[in-house]
Write a protein that binds this ligand. Sequence first.
Ligand code: TYD
Length: 212
Amino acid sequence: MTRGKFIAFEGGEGMGKSTQAHLLAEYLREHGQTVVLTREPGGTPGAEAIRSLLLSPPGEGWTREAEALLFAAARADHVARKIRPAIDDGHWVICDRFLDSSRAYQGEGGDLGDGTIRQLHDIASGGLLPHLTIVLNAGADDVAHRLTERDAGQTDAIGGRAEDYHKTVNAAFLDFAAAEPERFVIINGAGSIEDVHERVLIATEPLLKAKA
Ligand code: TYD
């Protein structure tokens, strides 16, 4: 059987990842593919339970090491129970965030370093990587506007961190993409939802045409 393709959407807060992941899944379904649309942290009952622990931490919150381990544990369950089986069965998997979020937020923002995050991923998820990782990048004004509309003043334990933390995270995604251009594409997230979707389709086209 032809193995499926795995695409991850990445980027900082308010870049429009979820919207674009939905639109791409819809497009692929209309073109005859079966698609599993999923997200991190989450995607399975176990990983969704860990998501709640991460985004609304009990007590005084997690140490940076515990936080990275919880993300890796959630991903391990998600990969083993949902992502790998779907790819093996020939489905496309579209995931809203994946490993590179841990690299950017915990590795760079949280200062644990890339080696540690990758090591955790090797242990927890056999080092699985997407075929393509789309980094959405938009200017500060667009993002501030989207976040105000979406969050209405409410945010979670990670989204609510200091501006400097998020600057480091956003820069990290661009650095990762520059370091591994064969695995990443950076897409300009400015403009209308339709404009950005068009750019996503252009970036995805080679994968649609490629044989497994
Ligand atoms: P998400 O629900 O995708 O939030 P947003 O819509 O703001 O992108 O993700 C929840 C938060 O978890 C988000 O602030 C990013 C963070 N996160 C990490 O810190 N590490 C990770 O590995 C993942 C997957 C997410």
